[in-house]
Design a protein around this ligand. Structure first.
Ligand code: NAX
Ligand code: ADP
Ligand code: K
Length: 479
């Protein structure tokens, strides 16, 4: 599991750790890790040209100490001091002693244009709001240069706790972060500013709380979560997933949801709805029922909504059952908030940003720019597990104390009609297998994202291909 902690949590853990260490020890650990990462990025340190964008806080301090280490190895290092009177004094002395030089923002254009490497030490976890005008000007110069950009702790200008961006932020190729990930490094839009992220161990794990604020599943977590049939398994023990989806107008949504469910470990898939002929034509193994969800026979989880049109009856009926229910697409719109809140079995909702915006009564852009806030608010309002789809899919449980999961897999090629239907069938299957709602939804997002990458492999792909790629993803994860 990859963990991320909010600024307040990081600061408190740092205070505890610092009290046990000699003064300055933490900053030296951070600077040593940072300098090593920079040396890797440069390949050859001797003779390289390095520019340090240096703010007035400890983020600038880390940067100056790392610059001093690079200067001692033969790099030409120039620090651009944004606030000369308030620069970290000891770190600045160290840089000058190592042969580094300083300059002002107004004279920074030439060194930045010539640099091989630029370190962004303008602001770290002490930042609020987008970059101020003088720093924003430096960011423009960096964008125009060919230098490799390394962000120190985080790209300056992003909101560390949420991944929001208010104004200008600096774009990095690599972010070297200290002690723990910050949520903003994992969540878009800020995530794309961070480039690849490298975590430096400064000993903080010993003082951070065990439960992070945000987390991401990794391959090993998936391998542990995925259900695997045992000798005594039968189709009911493996889980029967019910799909109440599709309409005369959108039969394909039903087919794709069934495809996602069949490829994801369900012992059987039961279908109810007006698209039975289309479903059976493609998947003769589907159990089709003429009745609604309540009378359809034994099912361990329902998926309802994809391609449903305006018929609320199957959605309402599914919600009245005592098994987990997944609401997607039209089902989100047709579900009554009070009926969802009143359920005793889990409910999982899987909106994209547009659907989430409609449920929250805000503009789509507002959801996309503040994804963490939106997913938490929906989970709270519906007392449900919410999976907010998009460029970084987020999954929140109804309880605020549970970490929000960020899906690390995925590809923009998944933004293709019907791929969401595959995800809903896939999630339903994992719910029917007995996974807890947060695990089912985050494992499904992980598998779906990888299946999208496999299916696309750098070229356009379609929703059916994503479903067809699922077994190979499954095999690779278990291997
Ligand atoms: N506290 C610790 O023990 C450690 C801290 N470390 C470093 O210290 C950083 C935090 O240091 P600080 O608390 O001094 O804070 P920062 O250095 O992140 O930022 C504070 C300074 O940035 C300026 N600033 C704030 N918002 C700005 C904006 N939007 N545009 C331009 N300037 C802005 C403020 O005027 C302030 O002087 C971490 O990110 C990390 O890099 C590391 O050395 C590891 C140990
Ligand atoms: N920019 C993006 N990057 C990565 N994944 C994306 C992006 N845009 C959409 N997706 C993914 O593509 C899928 C699309 O689902 P959805 O919007 O419900 O489509 P549909 O309703 O057509 O099935 C979701 O899994 C979503 O997370
Ligand atoms: K920074």
């Amino acid at each position: 599991m990859r963990s991320a902690h909010r600024v307040e949590t990081v600061r408190s853990a740092e205070r505890t750790l610092m009290a046990q260490l000699p003064p300055g020890a933490l900053m030296q650990r951070a600077a040593a890790g940072l300098a090593a990462a920079c040396a890797d990025a440069l390949r050859r340190v001797y003779g390289s040209r390095v520019v340090l964008l240096t703010g007035s806080g400890d983020n600038g301090g880390d940067t100056l100490y790392a610059g001093a280490r690079l200067a001692r190895r033969g790099a030409g290092v120039t620090a651009v001091l944004l606030n000369p009177d308030r620069t970290h004094p000891d770190a600045l002395k160290a840089l000058l002693r190592a042969g580094g030089t300083t300059t002002t923002p107004s004279a920074a254009a030439q060194p930045i244009a010539r640099a091989d490497l630029v370190l962004d030490g303008i602001v770290g976890i002490g930042g609020k709001g987008g970059l101020r005008p003088d720093a924003a000007h430096l960011a423009e110069l960096v964008t125009a240069s060919h230098a490799t950009v390394v962000a120190v702790d985080l790209p300056s200008g992003i909101e560390p706790d949420t991944g929001e961006i208010h104004g200008t932020a600096l774009r990095a190729d690599l972010t070297v972060t200290f002690g723990t990930h910050k949520p903003g490094l994992l969540i878009d839009p800020a995530r794309t500013y961070a480039g690849s992220v490298r975590l430096i161990d400064i000993g903080l794990a010993s003082t951070l709380p065990a439960t992070p604020d945000v987390e991401s599943l990794q391959h090993a977590d998936l391998a542990a979560l995925l259900p695997h049939p045992a000798a005594e398994s039968d189709k009911y023990r493996r889980g029967v997933v019910g799909i109440a989806a599709g309409s005369a107008r959108y039969p394909g949504a039903a087919v794709l949801a069934v495809a996602g469910a069949l490829r994801s470990g369900a012992g059987a898939v039961r279908y109810v709805g007006p698209a039975a002929d289309a479903v059976l034509a493609r998947f003769p193994e589907t159990l089709v029922s003429d009745s609604g969800p309540k009378k359809a026979g034994r099912v361990q989880a329902w998926v309802t909504g994809p391609g449903a049109g305006d018929d609320a009856a199957p959605v309402t009926e599914a919600l009245s059952t005592d098994v987990p229910v997944l609401l997607d697409a039209d089902g989100l719109r047709l579900a009554d908030v009070a009926a969802v809140r009143a359920r005793t079995a889990p409910t999982v909702m899987t909106p994209h940003a547009g659907e989430a915006a409609a449920l929250l009564g805000v503009a789509r852009e507002e959801v996309e720019s503040a994804r963490l806030t939106a997913v938490r608010e929906l989970a709270r309002r519906y007392d449900a597990t919410v999976l907010l789809k998009g460029s970084t899919t987020l999954i929140a449980g109804p309880d605020d104390a549970t970490p929000v999961r960020v899906n690390p897999t995925g590809t923009p090629w998944l933004a293709t009609a019907g791929s969401g239907d595959v995800l809903s069938g896939l999630t339903g299957s994992l719910l029917a297998a007995g996974l807890a709602p947060l695990d089912a939804a985050s494992a499904a997002a992980y598998l779906h994202g990888l299946a999208g990458r496999y299916a696309a492999n750098g070229a356009p792909t379609a929703a059916q291909d994503v479903a067809d790629a699922l077994p190979q993803v499954w095999r690779d994860i278990r291997a």
